[in-house]
Ligand binder design. Structure first.
Ligand code: GUN
Length: 292
């Protein structure tokens, strides 16, 4: 079993980006500037957004964090999106999800100018991705593909099972893995809440992508020997042994599944850092596109 070290792979990408940015800056290029909008005080979202801001600092990007209370109105948030769309200094921005129930996430996502949509969530970017046109790729799926590529994992012709059909992970990565690309060329099965005989289907997979948000959902009896297992889950569960009282749990029963795998991602330190690395790649790309 080999651990797929997302932290180390993401660091290598960030080192490359830093060099690219330093080069561009020495030639008088603009410093890429990422803005992040965070609504409320959800611990998980706060951790992610802080990590995104920290990654900007490491690479030499400018960053802005815009925070709102949970009670912010949809109108006020939309006004901020429009302001960021029109702000020439900002190259790309994200609105961290999930948003409170009184705010329509799709409405906010669709208000973001696609050329600044470095999360790759806007329908225009998702549509272009479908058609293999240049676009911002959704950060987590792109990070997973890059993690596999940089660690020499062959995907062509493999049977891949994706568990979970969210707009930001399961659905787009199913498409990306099925495409005639490298990584890609997989035969993909998308598993969701109405799927029959889940265990039987997962057992056939050469590659398992677990993105369902249920800690420990993938158990050892569902995994064939030698499978590649990518765990996208990051649920906070109570853990009295930890200083902060909680631990981050993936969708895979790591302890029992790991010995059967050829490769497996840990949680934390697997997919999470790769999402951030992809966001940084998209932000540099956005600055370049906007300054062409
Ligand atoms: N919530 C969970 N993952 C993400 C992400 O990649 N981007 C945003 N904006 N919100 C998220």
């Amino acid at each position: 079993m080999q651990l797929l070290d997302g932290k180390a792979t993401a660091q290598a990408i960030k080192d490359e980006l830093k060099q690219a940015v330093d080069n561009r800056k020495s030639k008088g290029s603009k410093t890429p500037h990422l803005a992040a909008v965070l609504v409320g005080n959800d611990g998980g979202s706060l951790t992610y957004v802080n990590a995104k801001v920290k990654a900007c600092e490491q690479i030499g990007f400018h960053s802005s964090l815009i925070r709102y209370d949970d009670s912010v109105s949809e109108k006020e948030l939309l006004a901020k999106v429009i302001e960021l769309n029109n702000d020439e200094e900002i190259d790309g921005f994200i609105v961290q999800l999930p948003l409170p129930d009184h705010i329509d996430e799709l409405k906010i996502t669709m208000a973001i100018d696609p050329i600044k949509d470095v999360d790759g969530f806007h329908p225009q970017n998702l549509g272009k991705m479908m058609l293999n046109l240049p676009s911002f790729l959704p950060a987590t799926p792109a990070g997973i593909l890059e993690l596999m590529k940089r660690n020499g994992i062959e995907t062509s012709g493999k049977d891949c099972v994706v568990i979970g059909r969210s707009n930001i992970v399961g659905m787009p990565i199913s498409i990306m893995l099925a495409k005639k690309n490298d990584p890609g060329n997989c035969t993909v099965t998308l598993i969701h809440s109405r799927t029959k005989n889940i265990k039987e289907k997962v057992l056939k997979a050469d590659i398992i992508i677990a993105a369902i948000g249920q800690p420990g959902f993938v158990t050892a009896d569902m995994v064939k020997d030698g499978a590649v297992v990518i765990d996208v889950g990051t649920t906070r569960v109570e853990d009295a042994s930890k200083k902060n009282g909680w631990a981050l749990k993936g969708d895979v029963d790591f302890e029992n599944v790991a010995p059967k795998c050829s490769f497996i991602t840990p949680v934390p330190g697997g997919v999470g850092p790769m999402t951030i690395a992809s966001l940084m790649i998209n932000t540099l790309q956005s600055m370049e596109l906007r300054n062409k």
